[in-house]
Design a protein around this ligand. Structure first.
Ligand SMILES: NC(=O)c1ccc[n+]([C@@H]2O[C@H](COP(=O)([O-])OP(=O)(O)OC[C@H]3O[C@@H](n4cnc5c(N)ncnc54)[C@H](OP(=O)(O)O)[C@@H]3O)[C@@H](O)[C@H]2O)c1
Length: 340
């Protein structure tokens, strides 16, 4: 029998004092330099490139949300984010927990709905419909991966596009492509913010993205190629069918690795002065680390940093930005709902 487990439903009403603390922390952080400063810039002498610090930039993004949250609060609106997780994948559980914690810290309401691995697609779609109809819920995310018997397309298409804060609904994907985004997809938008806020505007640059997934590579290419300030890049999207990948990566002014292959991008695959954003999150065995593994990106960080002008680390690069952009989308969803 299908068993529904509504394990955790927590609406965060916690408190102005916590929020105020978070704001103070954010503000104190953003007043400092986001990157390593001119002394660490690459000049061909083998000094390490600037670190593009995702934690600091994410704090800056969150601080920017505070006045918007205050305006919504004046109207009695608390943005609410609901996450649905199917099954017991530890990675997915951790991500959903982190998203809930981040919502809480910002004073957003949040709920997590846990469904068992053997849940039917129908049951999942019913749960999405329930959240679609709940006016307290402004944003809905269905954590991926989903079990094989559930169609990802069916799940993402079932979310009300006005609540689709992951920006996976076909309508929202299309709006991004034609340059009229309702929401910007969280990870790609986070990459763009990292570039812009670290002083690496992609305008006019040759950007090479390695990876063409629907979650990262494709929507990131769509954002970067727009005829708009903060975009306007010449974009190449490489993938496993690309012939002579290094010949593409070596001519990148900005290289974005989103492959899911640990330390794949080596120093001989990049040119001097490149800006590198590493989206990859890979666990590799490490007997010296707590838990017996550690997390690395798709880029051989230490070696590539010696040739780079600037580079984002893993962890502490794109990861915190993804969450900050998800919160941004939830606030936007609440604003759009208030306007309608
Ligand atoms: N930091 C974050 O918040 C965040 C968010 C999302 C994802 N990620 C991480 O980003 C990575 C990519 O995620 P994803 O969902 O986009 O993965 P995905 O769906 O597996 O896509 C990987 C892409 O990389 C390409 N690729 C893999 N190996 C390659 C190779 N040797 N040469 C050229 N292209 C290659 C694949 O090509 P084909 O299309 O030809 O197969 C595919 O397009 C993962 O490590 C994931 O954990 C991080």
């Amino acid at each position: 029998m299908e068993r529904r487990r509504r394990v955790f439903v927590r609406q965060n009403q916690r408190t102005k004092s916590r929020c105020a603390l978070a704001v103070r922390r954010s503000l104190s952080i953003v007043s400092k330099a986001i990157t390593g400063g001119p002394s660490s810039r690459f000049s061909g002498d083998g000094l390490p490139g600037e670190l593009i610090d995702g934690k600091k930039i994410a704090d800056e993004v969150r601080a920017d949300l505070k006045p918007r949250l205050a305006t919504l609060a004046e109207r009695g609106i608390v943005p609410g984010l609901a996450a649905i997780i199917v099954g017991d994948d530890p990675g997915s559980k951790l991500y959903v927990k982190m998203k809930g914690k981040a919502s809480e810290e910002m004073g957003l309401a949040h709920w997590t709905v846990e469904l068992p691995e053997d849940v039917s697609e129908r049951r999942l779609l019913d749960e999405i419909a329930r959240l679609n109809a709940d006016s307290q819920v402004h944003g809905i995310l269905v954590q991926q991966p989903l079990p094989p018997k559930i169609r990802v397309e069916a799940a993402v298409s079932a979310v009300d596009p006005r609540k689709d804060v992951d920006c996976f609904h076909p309508t929202n994907v299309g709006l991004v492509l034609i340059g009229r985004p309702r929401f910007a997809p969280a990870t790609p938008a986070g990459v763009l913010e990292l570039l812009l806020r670290s002083g690496n505007d992609p305008g006019g640059k040759d950007v090479v993205i390695v990876g063409r997934s629907n979650i990262v590579g494709k929507p990131l290419a769509a954002l970067l190629m727009q005829k708009a300030n903060g975009a306007n890049a010449t974009v190449t999207v490489a993938h496993s069918g690309t012939r002579d990948l290094p010949s593409h990566t070596r001519r990148a002014d900005i290289l974005i690795a989103a492959m899911g292959s640990p330390r794949f991008v080596r120093a001989d695959m990049v040119r001097n002065g490149v800006v590198v954003i590493d989206v990859g999150i890979n666990r590799i065995p490490d007997a010296t680390a707590k838990g017996g593994y550690r997390t690395v990106g798709d880029v051989d960080f230490e070696a590539v940093r010696l040739k780079a002008k600037a580079i984002s680390p893993v962890p502490g690069g794109v990861g915190p930005m993804t969450i900050a952009m998800l919160l941004t989308n939830t606030v936007r969803a609440a604003e759009l709902s208030a306007e309608s």
